[in-house]
Write a protein that binds this ligand. Sequence first.
Ligand code: FAD
Length: 408
Amino acid sequence: MKRRYFRLACAPGPCYRPAMQRFDAIILGGGASGLYCAMHAARRGLSVAVADHSAKPARKVRISGGGKGNFTNLRVGPENYLCANPHFVKSALARHTPWDVIDFFTAHGVSYEERDHGQLFTLEGAPRLAGILTEQCGRLGVAFFLGHDVDVADSSGPFRVRAGAEELSAEKLVLALGGPSWPQAGGSDLGFRLAERFGLAVVPPRPGLVGLVFPKKLRSLCRDLSGNALVAMVATGDAAFTDPLLFTHTGISGPATLQASSYWREGRPVTIDFLPGQPLAELVETHRGSNVLFKNLLARVLPKRLPAHLLSPGTSETPVSQLSGEQVEAAADRVHRFTFTPAGTEGPVKAEVTVGGVDTDMISSKTFEAKPVPGLHVIGETLDVAGHLGGYNLHWAFASGAACGQSL
Ligand SMILES: Cc1cc2nc3c(=O)[nH]c(=O)nc-3n(C[C@H](O)[C@H](O)[C@H](O)COP(=O)(O)OP(=O)(O)OC[C@H]3O[C@@H](n4cnc5c(N)ncnc54)[C@H](O)[C@@H]3O)c2cc1C
């Protein structure tokens, strides 16, 4: 059968006729899911090749968690993931628990600390996690083809891959190419383009775990408050997260915003409660006898310059003892239900994850094989699975990588 190669990356290569190297499985992408998958497959005796355009594998793992690697979470469940089919993640999560991930890394000398919400961070630093994954693959004989663009043959039968000057073939091909977030750390949309090439549907991708940009009319808030943080509830649609919120020079960020951003859709409003669990009316009542100006009372519980942006000038300068019921109600509305429509997100360059990806209806939740394309598998962030902030994305990469590697 005549084979046609399609070039998936830009660099035009010289004319060459390399010898074909055969493997049981070729994994495209040497990130968190690809390396974990390679390791599990190689442990079963399979010959495995990993091809990646980065010269160093697992670049996102190296920078994860601000360099501290939030590598899993003690409380992982399907509710921590966005996926068009919320049941899809259940099987892999049940088969590879946080303790499996902890056992693997601690067996290789990693120690860790637990932070808020069950998040586990390594004490040795994130690069060590990447080092362990790479070393284990090396020990198990996984062949690496790094630092080159990748081509895949557009044909049936054994999959054929070109990685730089090398030509590889295998009966199994795994797309572990992540998503386009953080292109500066190797992210690209190759996984989606390839999946579509193989006839798989892709849920339109968008940036997740990313800062939100204020519309023009709220930019003065950034000027006055950039760098200030407080605990707030950020909500959009049915999703609401109470966590620290940070004002940036373009809008808002911090954990509460990042979590909500994954659920945000262009044109939809976002609501902030700046005093979650602390009704403003009660605060006013406890200070009813006081002549302190309302803006100064609020400055005790909010960043100092925020009240001026929330209250009308008249209300702001009124002593608490003289506030009318209507003024309190209007102020409570602004403080607890501050609603705006973001101009956008900070985009893929700042997004920790890509929401959307290969439609999971086309993928077996047990083996991660594409139902319409025998031998083709898709794992990790390339799938339409995005985790909340807190170690859930690396956990998904590991859980899906393990399930796939054990079934190849
Ligand atoms: C700054 C940052 C911090 C993060 N911190 C955390 C954290 O602390 N905890 C957490 O759970 N998650 C974190 N994440 C998310 C997590 O890193 C990813 O969800 C996870 O790495 C996804 O694993 P993956 O294997 O699917 O993709 P990746 O790890 O991104 O691996 C994909 C691989 O494919 C390769 N590739 C991509 N395009 C091409 C191409 N065109 N040709 C050849 N190779 C290609 C890449 O070089 C990469 O090695 C963070 C992400 C970022 C950007």
